[in-house]
Design a protein around this ligand. Structure first.
Ligand code: ADP
Ligand code: MG
Length: 279
């Protein structure tokens, strides 16, 4: 069996600024099988982008390990990490412009992304043309990337990330600036890429259509994995230390900070608010 495309264990990340520390990830365990597609969901500030940057080798975690296809990221040199991103791991960052060469044309960006491949210039331009077509950018192929709209840049970033048919695609909110039709086009390209090339996809998204199209959803709350969705069903995830996050709907019954007792029942466990008599 091939190793998982992505495996991380006990990932912790703390941003230290001059006057404060922000804990963005608090022990994340995650495995994504080769060829699997997952959506990372969760409120703003919950740690999704941090996780994606770490998986892409762009941020070094404060603690914990990341393996891509069985290879520990920590063991790679800076050059090897860059090579990995050039060939094997496509990355779409949350700010579309950050993925692109602004003075290069749209088609030039997708050609440039193929620089590690031994392919003729003509084959590279053909590949670029068909990717631009798939994301609906044929009419702006020769415009400078920097002059495109946010939505066009976002679609170009996806075409660029897929240029080398990477084994893994990491995408941060790839449809956030797109209208309904363009978003549907991008989603179709993701599905096609997964089916055709077996590309593993990890995408941060707030778009319900993208979430529903992935094999699994992982919801992150406050730097922890709070829930997992499969085939429309939402599950709690029991953490390494036994922690679970209660779904928000239950916080009325058991507000944060309240005490509860756990009871075995024939088919599971029941939580009851504790009734404590004040002395
Ligand atoms: P999400 O993508 O889910 O919105 P992020 O991973 O961007 O969340 O952020 C997680 C937390 O880390 C937030 O509290 C955010 O303010 C903080 N954070 C993100 N990037 C930095 C940074 N470069 N320096 C300091 N804090 C940061
Ligand atoms: Mg983010």
């Amino acid at each position: 069996m091939s190793p998982p495309a992505v495996r991380c264990e006990r990932l912790v990340h703390v941003y230290a600024t001059v006057d404060e520390e922000v804990t963005a990830l608090r022990s994340i365990d995650l495995e994504v099988a080769a060829g699997e597609t997952i959506a990372l969901l969760g409120p703003s500030g919950s740690g999704k982008s941090t996780l994606l940057w770490i998986l892409a080798g762009l941020t070094r975690p404060t603690a914990g390990t990341v393996e891509l296809s069985g290879r520990p990221l920590q063991g790679l040199t800076a050059k090897e990490t860059t090579n990995l991103r050039l060939k094997d791991v496509g990355v779409v960052l949350q700010t579309p412009a950050r993925n692109l060469l602004p003075y290069e044309s749209a088609v030039g960006n997708v050609v440039f992304a193929q620089r590690p491949l031994r392919r003729s210039g003509r084959a590279k331009r053909e590949r670029a043309g068909s990717l631009l077509d798939a994301v609906g950018l044929t009419s702006v192929a020769h415009r400078r990337a920097g002059s495109l709209s946010g939505g066009e840049q976002q679609r170009l970033a996806i075409a660029t990330a897929l240029a080398n048919a990477p084994g893994v695609l990491l995408a941060d909110e790839p449809t956030s600036q797109l209208d309904h039709n363009s978003a549907a086009q991008v989603l179709e390209l993701l599905r096609h890429t997964n089916r055709e090339f077996g590309t593993t996809i990890v995408t941060v998204t707030h778009d319900a259509a993208v979430g529903a199209a992935m094999d699994r959803t992982i919801t992150i709350r406050d730097g922890r994995i709070g829930a997992e969705g499969r085939a429309g069903e939402e599950y709690l995830v029991v953490g390494r230390d036994g922690t679970i996050q209660l779904p928000e709907a239950f916080l009325g019954t058991l507000p944060p900070g309240s005490l509860a007792t756990a009871h075995r029942t024939p088919d599971g466990i029941e939580l009851r608010p504790a009734r404590i008599d004040q002395p």
